[in-house]
Design a protein around this ligand. Structure first.
Ligand SMILES: [Zn+2]
Length: 75
């Protein structure tokens, strides 16, 4: 699988997690995401090595899952 295909799959996975956990938050609108999401998203975009991209992507997934847990408690 090419690097672009892997990144595309990873992005799709993140979008799926996001859409399942945060239906009311649109991923395409930067003003709708929190500062942590923005920071990690920038890390993913700026990452050069595949290791850095995976690390940043994992951080975003952990952040989304943490947010989902918090929403489960308060919503
Ligand atoms: Zn966030």
């Amino acid at each position: 699988m090419s690097r672009v295909a892997k990144e595309s799959d990873m992005y799709t996975t993140i979008c799926n997690i996001w859409n399942h956990s945060l239906l009311h938050v649109k991923i395409a609108k930067p003003q709708d995401v929190c500062a942590i999401c923005e920071k990690i998203r920038k890390c993913i975009l700026d990452a050069v090595t595949e290791e850095n991209k995976l690390e940043a992507t994992n951080r975003l997934m952990e952040h989304i899952l943490d947010t989902q847990r918090i929403l489960t408690i308060f919503v």
